[in-house]
Design a protein around this ligand. Structure first.
Ligand SMILES: C[S@@+](CC[C@H](N)C(=O)[O-])C[C@H]1O[C@@H](n2cnc3c(N)ncnc32)[C@H](O)[C@@H]1O
Length: 220
């Protein structure tokens, strides 16, 4: 059975995560520049090509790397835990024609009513949300029945040697860059009760594009 942190434990872990990303924020784009150009941009483009306009929520917007891919004429509400990541995202938003509203918010406790959005998107976020199942349930709550949830995530590779190596390295990686490298995010999506429409492998089994919907809406 999964161990969920107590409220105090969750608050502490969330604060640690916020501070980590505040620390990383000035270096974040620079740290990922090479892989962003060689891989991530193509994957972001693939994800966003499936998203039509409407009310869109981006969770964990970071420095706003998805912004150039937002559908034209869309209204996007983009949230993040780290205020320093949001500062950079605000600079990017100013250079773009989209209507983007940025908010400091915890994905685990979204301040939106049920069924607010047509689509929610998160890229490389549920590797660092302290309680990913709580966060995914929140996403499902705020997306309208029949709406779309798109996740781009690196996950634990469930193979002998590589999986256990990821487990051993994880505590160090998470301290330095904020991301857990051994999250079982597809499993977490299911455990949060979302309906999985499709999971696509983008880089062996390491990076997945996950299309999901809020519970019980596949038939609608
Ligand atoms: C690895 S970065 C990814 C940023 C961006 N999505 C991208 O693709 O470049 C993870 C982001 O998730 C944010 N994050 C982590 N936990 C969060 C939470 N509980 N609520 C909201 N944002 C969170 C971090 O602050 C950080 O900006």
């Amino acid at each position: 059975m999964q161990h969920l942190p107590s409220n105090n434990g969750l608050r502490r872990l969330t604060e640690v995560t916020r501070k980590r990303y505040n620390r990383i924020a000035p270096l974040y784009d620079w740290m990922e520049a090479l892989i962003e150009r060689s891989r991530f941009q193509a994957w972001r483009s693939l994800l966003w090509s499936q998203v039509s306009s409407g009310r869109i929520l981006e969770i964990g917007v970071g420095t706003g790397k998805n912004m150039p891919f937002y559908p034209s004429n869309s209204t996007v509400i983009a949230v993040d835990l780290s205020e320093r990541m949001l500062v950079r995202a605000a600079q990017r938003a100013q250079e773009l024609p989209h209507h983007i509203c940025l908010c400091g918010m915890d994905a685990q406790f979204l301040a939106f009513p049920d069924n607010t959005f047509d689509t929610a998107v998160a890229t490389f976020v549920f590797c660092s949300v302290p309680d990913p199942i709580l966060g995914l349930r929140e996403v499902a709550r705020v997306v309208k029945p029949g709406g779309d949830i798109w996740l781009l995530e690196h996950v634990r590779v469930d193979k002998p040697i590589i999986g256990p190596v990821m487990d051993v390295l994880n505590p160090f990686v998470v301290r330095v860059v904020g991301a857990n490298i051994n999250r079982r995010t597809v499993e977490n999506v299911r455990r949060a009760g979302l309906e999985i429409v499709e999971v696509r492998n983008l880089s062996g089994e390491l990076v997945k594009l996950i299309h999901a919907r809020p519970p019980n809406t596949l038939a609608s």
